[in-house]
Design a protein around this ligand. Structure first.
Ligand code: PLP
Length: 459
C-alpha cells in the first residue's frame, strides 16, 4: 500500500525569528554555562529541545481565550471553564489549579503522605520524588525491569510490576502505602506508556489492599495514543475515551498543563475524595493562592481549559507523535543508539552506548548534550546521573541504569526541516564520538541539581 504521511493539522500564522550563531560563539556560550544546557541563554539557542514543558505553541483559539481572562481574585469564570474541562475530559470530581505540576505535587504529598510512608511509582520523576521525600515518604521504583533496558522492545515499558508492589506490601504493610503514583507516560524511561490492562490489574490489586492510585497525568493524551495504536481492543476507541478510562481507574491526579495541555504555564491537582480535597484547597492558599486560581491568572486557566480539549484531538496527537517518530526513525537509520520503542515526547539518546569510553561518573549524557549544542545550537538535556541526584539518606550518587540525552519536541513549534537539521547534527557528533571528553562537576546545588550544576571539561 502506498504510504500516507502524517502532517500538521494546522497552518502557521505567526513566527518567532531566531538568531543564528557561529561555532565560536557556541563554544564560548556552553563553556560559560558550565556545560549545563539549562544555563544557556535561550537567545543563543537555535532549536530548543530542552523540554516540551511550557514550550508548545498555543492555538489561535487559546490566544483568543487569553483575551477573555476574568482576573477577579475569587470565583473567576475561567476557573469554572477549567473545572468543566476537567470534569468532561478527565472525570475527576474536584480540581484545584496550581501554577504548574510541582505545585500540585506539593499539595498531594502534603495531604496524603505521613512520615515513614512508602510511595511506589513507575519510575521516579525528579520533582515528584522530591515532594514525596519532603513530606516524609520514601519512593520505591516498581516499574517493570524492561523499562531500564534502552532497547527492549516491550510495547508498554511504563507498566508497573505488580510483584514488586506486592513485595512492598508484604514488607511494610498496605497501611504504610497511601497511594501508588502512576505516570502517563513515563518521562524518565523515555516517554514510555503504561497499558490499560496493566492499569486495570493494578486497580484490582490496590483496591483489594485499600491503596489509592494517583496519576501523574502530564502526558496522558500521548499515553492514550500508544494504547490506541498498540493495545488489543483499542484501535477503534477515541483518544478522549481512552484518556477518560485511564482517569476512571484512579483516585486523583497531578497535572502539568505545560505538556499535553499546550499552555506555557499552569497545572492542577484533581481529587475524588472530598475531605482530601478540602485539606488541599486549604493548603493551596499557603503556597499558590486562592483555590479558584492557584497561582494562575484567569487567562492562563482559560488557555489551559481550551488546551485540554485540543490535546485529545485525534489529528493533533497523531501529528505530534508522528513528528517525534520521524526524528527517531532518522536517527535509527544512522545507527545512533536511542531508546526504543520511540517514546511520546522526545527522542532519548543512550549516552552509554554513544560514548562507551566514558564512565558514568564522567557524566556522559551531560557531555553529549553540551557537544550537540556546540555543533549546531540544538539544545537538549541530560537525563542520567546528574538528574538522578543523590540518595537523601546516604548522600551517594544514584547511578541510574539509563544515561540519556533527551531531545524533547515542543508541540506545534518546529518543522520537518528542523527535524532534519537536528538529525544531521547528531550524526556529525556521532562521527567524532571517540574524541568527546567527559566532565567534572564543579558546582552542585542541593535540590534538583541538574537545573543549576556546573561542570568543566576533563582533559
Ligand atoms: C513536568 C513534569 C512534572 C512537573 O510538572 P511542572 O509543571 O514542571 O512542575 C511532573 N511529572 C512529570 C512526568 C513531568 O514531566
Amino acid at each position: 500500500m502506498p504510504k500516507r504521511s502524517w502532517a500538521e493539522p494546522f497552518k502557521i500564522k505567526m513566527v518567532e525569528l531566531l538568531k543564528m550563531t557561529t561555532p565560536k560563539q557556541r563554544k564560548t556560550a556552553i563553556k560559560n554555562a558550565g556545560y549545563n544546557t539549562f544555563l544557556l541563554k535561550s537567545e543563543d539557542v537555535y532549536i530548543d529541545l530542552l523540554t516540551d514543558s511550557g514550550t508548545s505553541a498555543m492555538s489561535d483559539r487559546q490566544w483568543a481565550g487569553m483575551m477573555l481572562g476574568d482576573e477577579a481574585y475569587a470565583g473567576s469564570k475561567n476557573f469554572y471553564n477549567l473545572e468543566k474541562a476537567v470534569h468532561k475530559y478527565y472525570g475527576f470530581k474536584y480540581v484545584i489549579p496550581t501554577h504548574q505540576g510541582r505545585g500540585a505535587e506539593n499539595l498531594l504529598s502534603q495531604v496524603m503522605i505521613k512520615k515513614g510512608d512508602i510511595v511506589p511509582g513507575n519510575m521516579y520523576f525528579t520533582t515528584t520524588r522530591l515532594h514525596q521525600e519532603m513530606a516524609g515518604g520514601t519512593f520505591y521504583d516498581i516499574i517493570i525491569d524492561e523499562a531500564h533496558d534502552s532497547t527492549h522492545q516491550h510495547q508498554f515499558k511504563g507498566n508497573v510490576d505488580i510483584n514488586k508492589l506486592e513485595a512492598l506490601v508484604k514488607k511494610y504493610g498496605a497501611d504504610k502505602i497511601p497511594y501508588v503514583c502512576v505516570a502517563t507516560t513515563v518521562n524518565m524511561a523515555g516517554g514510555q506508556p503504561i497499558s490499560m490492562q496493566n492499569l486495570r490489574e493494578l486497580r484490582a490489586y490496590t483496591r483489594h489492599h485499600g491503596i489509592k492510585i494517583m496519576l501523574d497525568m502530564t502526558r496522558i493524551a500521548e499515553n492514550a495514543y500508544f494504547i490506541q495504536q498498540r493495545e488489543e481492543g483499542f484501535r477503534r476507541r477515541s483518544i478522549a475515551s481512552i484518556v477518560k478510562e485511564i482517569c476512571d481507574h484512579t483516585d486523583g491526579a497531578t497535572f502539568s498543563g505545560k505538556k499535553d495541555a499546550l499552555v506555557n504555564i499552569g497545572g492542577f491537582l484533581a481529587l475524588n475524595d472530598e475531605s482530601k480535597f478540602e485539606e488541599a484547597s486549604n493548603l493551596v492558599v499557603v503556597y499558590e493562592g486562592l483555590h479558584t486560581y492557584g497561582g494562575l491568572a484567569g487567562r492562563d486557566m482559560e488557555a489551559m481549559a481550551i488546551g485540554i480539549e485540543e490535546s485529545v484531538n485525534e489529528d493533533h496527537i497523531r501529528a505530534r507523535i508522528g513528528q517525534v517518530e520521524y526524528l527517531g526513525e532518522k536517527l535509527l537509520d544512522m545507527h545512533v543508539p536511542i531508546v526504543t520503542p520511540i517514546g511520546g515526547h522526545g527522542i532519548f539518546i543512550d549516552a552509554r552506548q554513544f560514548l562507551p569510553h566514558l564512565k558514568q561518573i564522567q557524566f556522559p549524557a551531560q557531555a553529549l548534550a553540551a557537544e550537540i549544542y556546540e555543533d549546531s545550537g540544538v539544545r537538549t538535556m541530560e537525563r542520567g546521573i546528574v538528574s538522578a541526584g543523590r540518595n537523601s539518606k546516604t548522600g551517594d550518587h544514584y547511578y541510574p541504569a539509563l544515561e540519556l540525552v533527551r531531545l524533547t519536541i515542543p508541540r506545534r513549534v518546529y518543522t520537518q526541516a528542523h527535524m532534519d537539521v537536528i538529525s544531521e547534527s547528531v550524526e556529525r557528533v556521532y562521527s567524532k564520538r571517540n574524541k568527546i571528553k567527559g566532565l567534572e562537576m564543579v558546582y552542585e546545588p542541593t535540590y534538583l541539581r541538574f537545573f543549576q550544576a556546573k561542570f568543566k571539561k576533563l582533559q
